[in-house]
Ligand binder design. Structure first.
Ligand SMILES: [Fe+2]
Ligand SMILES: [Fe+2]
Length: 477
C-alpha cells in the first residue's frame, strides 16, 4: 500500500519519505541544487503565476489538481503508481518470479545506467525549451509550455528519488551529474543526441513534443515492465503525465497545418509563407528532422545490450503482457532493417534475419513508427478537409540517421541511396535550411493578450480543464 502524500513535508510524496530520515536528508540536500538549476536553466520568461496541473497523489482525484501557481513554488513531488499485490516478472530468465523491491547486486550498474539515461532527458528538454516563453503564440500555449516544463522537472525528481533510495553513494553522484550536464554544451552535453538539439521556435517545440516525447512514451513503456518494481511503478505514473506532452505536440501541429491550409486555400497558392503562415514544405522539413533524430533514440537496429537487458528482466517490450509468445525469445528470430549486400560491392536497404533478442530495439522502434503515422494521418485529414491535394509523410527509416545500421549512408526521404555529393546537393530540399529557420523565427512574435492568437497558428478547439481559450492562463510578472 502507498501512504497518502503529505504536504506538510518539504518534498510531497507517496513513498513514505517521512519514515526514512537518511533518504529524506539526501533529497533535501539535493533540492536546493535543483532549485538553483531551475532558476538558471528553467523557463526564462518571468511569470507571476500559471494555471498548472499539480500531482498531489496518484489516485483518480489527486493526480490532476488545477490552480494558479508561481512556478518556483510548484510542488515537485515523488509519486509511484500503487503497488500491485504479488506482482510477478513478466519476461526474461526470471519470468514468474516475484518482482524485485530492491536492486539485485548483479544488475546494479545496468539498472543505474538505464535510470540515468532516462533521467538525463528530463532536465534536458526543460533546457532546450527555456527561451520559448518569449515567443508564445498565446497564453494558452504559454501555459502548456510551462506545464510540460514543470512535469519534466518532476520526472527528474522521480529518477533522482530512485538513484538516492536504491543506489547509495553512486546514485547520489549520478543525481548531481544530472544537474551538471547541459543540453548543447561542448564540455558536458546531455547523453542522447536529440536532447542536445535546439528547440528555438514553436514549430520545433510541437515537433519535439510529438516525436521526441513520444520516444519517451515508448522508453517509459519498456521500463514500466521492469522486474525492479519501484522503477516500474515510477514509470507507470510518469506515462500518465507524458500523455499531455504528446497532446500538446499533436494538437499543436494540427493547428499549424490548419492555419497553413486555410491561407493556401484563401490565396490559392502552394506557398502560404508570404501570407504569414509556415509553408507546408517547411512543416514537412521540420517533421523530417524531428522524426529522424527521434528514430536514433531507439539505438542500433541490432543490440546485444537490449537482449541482455530483456533476459535479465530490466527492460521489457512495449505491452509485454499482451504478446502471444513465450516472453523469453531465446529460440526466436526476426527481421530487422539493415544494409544488405546487393552484389557487385553495392549495398541496398533491406532486411536481415537476427535472433529476436538482438532485434528488440527494432521491435520498439516499429511500434513507435506506427504510432507516429497516426499523427501524419490526422494532419493529412486536415489538408484533405481543406480541399488540398498535398500530403505530409514520414521519411524513410534510412533518412538522416546518425545511429545504427544507416549511420554510415545517406538516403532520400523515399529511401533512395545517395552518394555524399548527392546528399550535400539535395538535403536542403528535405531538412530545414537557415532560410527556413529564419522565416519560422520571424513569425515567432509573442501574443500575451487574453483570447488572442498569433497569425501562423489556429486557436485550439478547447481550453484546459474546461476553461475557455480566452481564460487568463498565465499572469506575467
Ligand atoms: Fe518526461
Ligand atoms: Fe515529456
Amino acid at each position: 500500500m502507498t501512504t497518502p502524500a503529505d504536504y506538510t513535508e518539504k518534498i510531497p510524496n507517496n513513498v513514505g519519505l517521512a519514515e526514512d530520515r537518511r533518504l529524506q536528508r539526501a533529497l533535501e540536500s539535493w533540492q536546493p541544487n535543483f532549485l538553483s538549476w531551475w532558476e538558471s536553466m528553467g523557463p526564462a520568461l518571468p511569470a507571476r503565476d500559471v494555471y498548472l496541473r499539480t500531482a498531489i497523489n496518484v489516485g483518480r482525484d489527486g493526480w490532476a489538481q488545477f490552480g494558479h501557481v508561481a512556478m518556483r513554488d510548484y510542488r515537485w513531488g515523488i509519486f509511484l503508481a500503487e503497488r500491485a499485490a504479488d506482482r510477478r516478472i513478466a519476461f526474461g530468465q526470471h519470468k514468474g518470479e516475484p518482482a524485485w523491491q530492491q536492486v539485485p547486486g548483479e544488475y546494479r550498474s545496468d539498472l543505474r545506467r538505464l535510470i540515468v539515461i532516462q533521467g538525463d532527458t528530463e532536465p534536458a528538454s526543460v533546457e532546450q525549451q527555456r527561451n520559448l516563453g518569449a515567443t508564445a503564440p498565446s497564453l494558452y500555449d504559454l501555459r502548456n509550455l510551462f506545464q510540460v516544463n514543470v512535469e519534466e522537472g518532476r520526472h527528474l525528481w522521480a529518477m533522482v528519488y530512485l538513484l538516492h533510495a536504491f543506489f547509495g553513494r553512486d546514485g547520489r553522484d549520478e543525481a548531481e551529474d544530472l544537474l551538471r550536464r547541459t543540453s548543447g554544451s561542448q564540455d558536458s552535453p546531455r547523453i542522447l543526441g536529440a536532447f542536445n538539439e535546439e528547440t528555438p521556435d514553436w514549430l520545433s517545440f510541437f515537433m519535439f513534443t510529438y516525436f521526441t516525447d513520444r520516444d519517451g512514451k515508448y522508453q517509459l513503456g519498456t521500463l514500466k515492465e521492469s522486474a525492479f518494481d519501484p522503477l516500474s511503478r515510477t514509470c507507470e505514473f510518469m506515462l500518465k503525465e507524458e500523455a499531455h506532452h504528446m497532446f500538446v505536440g499533436t494538437t499543436g501541429i494540427d493547428r499549424v497545418v490548419e492555419r497553413t491550409a486555410q491561407l493556401m486555400v484563401e490565396h490559392d497558392t502552394d506557398d502560404a509563407g508570404p501570407h504569414g503562415a509556415i509553408p507546408l514544405n517547411v512543416i514537412q522539413k521540420y517533421l523530417n528532422f524531428h522524426y529522424s533524430v527521434s528514430l536514433d533514440l531507439f539505438g542500433s537496429e541490432t543490440s546485444t545490450n537490449a537482449g541482455n537487458y530483456f533476459t535479465a528482466g530490466l527492460k521489457g517490450r512495449w505491452s509485454e503482457e499482451r504478446r502471444g509468445d513465450d516472453h523469453k525469445l531465446t529460440d526466436d528470430a526476426m527481421f530487422v532493417d539493415a544494409l544488405v549486400d546487393a552484389g557487385n560491392g553495392q549495398h541496398s536497404i533491406g532486411q536481415a534475419e537476427v535472433p529476436a533478442l538482438t532485434g528488440l530495439n527494432t521491435d520498439l522502434r516499429r511500434r513507435y513508427i506506427a504510432d507516429c503515422q497516426s499523427g501524419v494521418n490526422r494532419w493529412n485529414k486536415i489538408l484533405e478537409d481543406a480541399g488540398l491535394p498535398q500530403r505530409l509523410k514520414l521519411p524513410h527509416i534510412g533518412f538522416n540517421r546518425k545511429v545504427g545500421a544507416f549511420a554510415g549512408i545517406e538516403a532520400s526521404p523515399d529511401g533512395e541511396l545517395l552518394s555524399a555529393g548527392e546528399w550535400a546537393e539535395r538535403q536542403a530540399a528535405w531538412l530545414p535550411t537557415q532560410v527556413d529557420k529564419t522565416h519560422v523565427m520571424s513569425l515567432m512574435q509573442p501574443v500575451y493578450e487574453r483570447g488572442k492568437i498569433a497569425a501562423w497558428i489556429a486557436p485550439p478547439r478547447q481550453g484546459i480543464n474546461g476553461k475557455p481559450f480566452s481564460y487568463q492562463y498565465v499572469h506575467l510578472g
